[in-house]
Design a protein around this ligand. Structure first.
Ligand SMILES: Cc1cc2nc3c(=O)[nH]c(=O)nc-3n(C[C@H](O)[C@H](O)[C@H](O)COP(=O)(O)OP(=O)(O)OC[C@H]3O[C@@H](n4cnc5c(N)ncnc54)[C@H](O)[C@@H]3O)c2cc1C
Length: 286
């Protein structure tokens, strides 16, 4: 368990570049957590689906990364911009973020990105994600709900372990109460792992269940639009499935969390090869 009160070595506690602070954090697992970062001054407007870049100063240099905002724009100004983040084994920024005490200064800039909803689109929205890639979809549904204009959605999310299904209670709650018209379709990629012993749902990576789900729910290019977010290999594979079913390219929107084929530097340079392979597999599952 991280000691949130301990000073973090190398991180500048009070840099002039800081314009925001970490105001809240909730852990989902040891390596997945929700973080809320609030501007010290006026909030910046953004559209659901866009991202912000957050960072800290380390030894005089900014270390920063982009993150999709999970909060509705209507709430981010007061509650803080919510981010759902995986601690990447061998990563540069996320191990620092996970050690950062609540209340610490941060630099936040943005918004950026074009992974946003089309105006007035009444087709079923097929939201496909791996790992933390569900964050922008949560922002979209939260804001549509606040606007009183929910759009029918099918939300597929693939993770390694059941415990990693972020926003599960929220999405299942929407579905069971009918508060938001969403069908939640989670899947775990390591069904034989003891950690998934209680899992009775779908298995396999999210790209492998996409075709069957489209068939079961009678989703076609005529009645739906697809948004895909997360791991680049998953995105390219899911896109292939959609294109082969006749979805035109402009009906398949994508947000890649990292360039295809790129691994964290710490992993590539790891001296312990077994540990490096394990870490690569864990990150690739997301
Ligand atoms: C537009 C955009 C939005 C993003 N939004 C989110 C988000 O909402 N939540 C989030 O957790 N990440 C998100 N990311 C990824 C994030 O920016 C960082 O790349 C990630 O947190 C790793 O940073 P790092 O410095 O620890 O790793 P680095 O040292 O920068 O290593 C990067 C490598 O880590 C791996 N990696 C990166 N992101 C992930 C991940 N999420 N899961 C598993 N492996 C990963 C990849 O191999 C990547 O090449 C987003 C990226 C982009 C481009």
């Amino acid at each position: 368990m991280t000691d949130l009160t301990a000073p973090v070595s190398g991180i500048d506690p009070a840099a002039p570049q800081y314009n925001a602070r970490l105001v809240r954090r909730e852990d989902e697992t040891d390596s997945l957590a929700y973080f809320w970062v609030r501007f010290d001054g006026d909030p910046t407007p953004f559209e659901p689906g866009q991202y912000m870049t957050i960072g800290i100063m380390v030894d005089g240099k900014i270390v920063q990364r982009p993150y999709s905002v999970a909060s509705a724009p209507a709430r981010a100004g007061t509650d803080g911009y919510e981010f759902y983040v995986r601690r990447v084994q061998g990563g540069t920024f996320t191990p620092l973020l996970f050690d950062l005490p609540v209340g610490h200064g941060m630099r936040m800039i943005g918004p950026k990105g074009k992974f946003t909803l089309l105006p007035g689109d009444d087709r079923t929205h097929v939201f496909i994600s791996s790992g933390t890639g569900n964050a922008p979809f949560v922002a979209m549904m939260r804001q549509l709900s606040i606007d009183g204009a929910p759009r029918r959605a099918v939300m597929l999310n693939g993770v390694s372990y059941e415990s990693e299904l972020g926003y599960r209670a929220l999405t299942e709650g929407w579905q069971s109460s009918g508060e938001y018209p969403v069908t939640f379709v989670p899947t775990v990629s390591r069904p034989n792992d003891p950690a998934n012993a209680a899992w009775t749902g779908r298995t396999g990576r999210v790209e492998s269940i996409l075709g069957p789900v489209l068939d079961e729910l009678a989703l076609t290019p005529a009645n739906s639009i697809a948004y895909i977010c997360g791991n680049p290999d998953m995105i390219l594979s899911a896109e292939e499935t959609l294109l082969s079913r006749g979805y035109p390219e402009e009906q398949v929107h994508k947000e890649l969390y990292w360039p295809k084929g790129k691994e964290p530097r710490g992993i590539v340079g790891a001296a312990d090869v077994a540990a490096a392979v394990d870490a690569m597999e864990a990150n690739a599952d997301q």
